[in-house]
Design a protein around this ligand. Structure first.
Ligand code: ATP
Length: 592
């Protein structure tokens, strides 16, 4: 079966330990028949036999030996159980560790489309609960199954050895128990698949609410969010109860069958003793081992439940394990080339799913040039720049960097040549220094400071309680929007990229600070092609060229002066941002 092959593959390195643990389980459990056997001999020889009193008087040594044997085997079994558990734990924990590392790497290597499609809460569930469930199954469920089966077989063999007919009477119960267990397993399986989905929904909503707590508070929507959470929690709880309680429908039958073992033993076994067919000692051996037949029936429900959980979790993990990104990033340690920074879009169109977001885009940027991109919200600006570092691939046409189609460039090399400050600034819970030096952790402190100065961030960082060593909270909590943007800009600049992409990076800083940043960007001491998405004319005015995007198409292209002359979109924006607002207002007031 594929799932077991997969587990076997991932047990690599611990296979010997795991197989050894399984063998020890089998040996340890086979030994369970030894004590009932010794007990049988003691009963027949020293308690119930014809010459019992005489044996007791003359063969004390044998009795002591048998009792010591019982103690010895008990200790041996305990020791084996101890080491077996140790081995199961060790091998399953090692496997868990390896799978987690692999899955984490796999998730890291996924492209943007994967993140568009997968919920964070679901991925978190896979990385935590699902993997743990698989480990638990390997260590405990497998152990329980192997041990129950061994004890069952050992007991049956031993019983056959004593009296085949009595054993067959007892085994009469096995087929109905098997049928009930099979029906139960079939009924409960979809319930665990559903349960797994409900857990993922619960985790997703919890994660979203914690991450978006500020928005929830700002809109005073705590009650609504609590209600939403409660709904998911109730769904999960109901699914959990339903799956757990379905066992109760079958439990009475299986419990009755389990009890029936003892009843049959007493009735048939008692009759056989009276007939003289078996001895008291043999009956006592049956009594001592009958749990080996009835116990697996009692635990079968728990085992089946856990097996269903195991399959539900395993299929989720395998999904991540074998998910392959369309855009593959192979990390090649070989020296990376520094690009010149020439960019060209050749008849580029792009669709996320079905709607066309970019339509036949053509433009090129020379090394060191600064291009500004402007356009209404949702017009496709971010999508356009996302194609340069291959966050997505163009649906039609080609994006070229230094004259080569980006799909043919080594992804790692391409991305290390591009500094990006994205629209949603994400800072890590680390020091300011660590955040700026993210692309090069060995960066000297003076360099970190100089990039912070270029991004107009040095002054406010210096005023922070511990300066560059101040830890910023999760996602940059504790910093203003403009401060976060400036640290993100310093981070992008710090890799000294030949291509710098800024997506609305200065939208939250004041005009004076922005002017400082623009000045710094113009005076960089390395050649850098800059693509800057901006809404303010003050940001775009000094660019070498400005592209205006509307509905995924370039509708205007030129310098600030050229576009003003065109009296199109750019001119309107310029008017609105400079004198337009004042004039509109005065017209309205004039009308009044
Ligand atoms: N991951 C995605 N999956 C599907 N559609 C998307 C995705 N990202 C963006 N879109 C859609 O693509 C279109 C262009 O989005 P894009 O983010 O490129 O616009 P934009 O010009 O950068 O907008 P803004 O100025 O608001 O940032 C929008 O209609 C948006 O809804």
């Amino acid at each position: 079966m594929f799932q077991f092959k997969w587990l076997w593959h991932n047990l690599k390195g611990d296979r010997a330990g795991y197989i050894f643990a399984l063998c020890m389980s089998v040996i340890g459990c086979s030994l369970t028949i030894i004590n009932p056997y010794i007990g049988q001999r003691i009963v027949d020889h020293f308690i119930a036999g014809n010459d019992a009193a005489q044996h007791l008087a003359t063969e004390k040594g044998l009795l002591i030996g048998l009792v010591l044997g019982m103690v010895g085997f008990s200790l041996l079994r305990t020791g084996l159980a101890y080491f077996t558990t140790l081995l199961y734990e060790r091998s399953s924990q090692n496997m868990l560790f390896r799978i987690r590392v692999y899955l984490y790497n796999k998730i890291q290597g996924q492209d943007m489309r994967y993140y568009d499609r997968n919920r964070t809460g679901d991925l978190m569930t896979k990385m935590t609960g699902d993997i743990e469930m698989v480990r638990h199954s390997l260590a405990w469920i497998m152990k329980t199954i192997i041990e129950s089966l061994t004890v069952f077989i050992a007991a049956v063999v031993y019983f056959f050895f004593i009296d085949a007919e009595l054993t067959l009477w007892l085994l009469l119960l096995s087929p109905p128990i098997g049928i009930v267990a099979f029906i139960f397993a079939r009924r409960v399986r979809p319930m665990y698949v559903d349960l797994r989905e409900k857990l993922s929904q619960l985790n997703t909503i919890t994660q979203e609410n914690i991450a978006g707590n500020r928005v929830v508070k700002a809109f005073a929507r705590e009650d609504y969010e609590i209600q939403k959470f409660t709904e998911k929690n109730v769904n999960y709880s109901k699914a959990n109860k339903a799956a757990a309680l379905v066992w109760l429908d079958y439990f009475p039958y299986l419990e009755t069958f389990s009890q029936a073992f003892l009843v049959i033993l007493m009735l048939v076994g008692g009759l056989f003793v009276m007939n003289g067919r078996i001895t008291f000692g043999e009956l006592s051996a049956f009594s001592a081992l009958i749990w080996g037949l009835s116990n697996p029936m009692r635990t079968i429900g728990i085992v089946i439940n856990d097996i269903q959980r195991f399959f539900a979790s395993l299929s989720k993990i395998i999904e991540v394990y074998y998910a392959n990104p369309d855009i593959v990033n192979e990390h090649n340690a070989a020296g990376k080339k520094r690009y010149h920074g020439y960019i060209k879009f050749e008849n580029v169109s792009f669709k996320y799913d079905s709607a066309t977001v970019l339509d036949n885009i053509n433009f090129s940027v020379d090394p060191g040039e600064t291009i500004a991109i402007m356009g209404a919200t949702g017009s496709g600006k971010t999508t356009l720049i996302n194609l340069i570092p291959r966050f997505y691939d163009a649906t039609k046409g080609r994006v070229l960097v230094d004259g080569i189609d980006v799909r043919k460039l080594e992804l790692d090399e391409l991305r290390s040549n591009i500094g990006v400050a994205t629209q949603d600034v994400l800072l890590f819970s680390d020091t300011v220094d660590g955040n700026i030096a993210f692309g090069d952790p060995d960066m000297p402190e003076e360099d970190v400071t100089s990039f912070a100065k270029l991004a107009a961030a040095h002054d406010f960082i210096a005023k922070m309680p511990e300066g560059y060593n101040t830890i910023v909270g999760e996602r940059g909590v504790g910093l203003s929007g403009g401060q976060k943007q400036r640290i993100a800009l310093a981070r992008a600049l710090a890799v000294k990229p030949p291509i710098l992409i800024l997506d609305d990076t200065t939208s939250a800083v004041d005009l004076e600070t922005e002017e400082h940043i623009q000045q710094s960007l113009r005076e960089l001491d390395f050649t850098c092609t800059k693509i800057i998405i901006a809404q303010r004319v003050s940001t775009t005015a000094k660019a070498d060229r400005i592209l205006i995007i509307e509905d995924g198409r370039i509708i205007e292209e030129g310098t600030h002066a050229e576009l003003l002359e065109k009296r199109g979109y750019y001119y309107d924006v310029f008017m609105l941002q400079n004198e337009g607002i004042g004039r509109e207002a005065s017209i309205q007031y004039g009308k009044k």
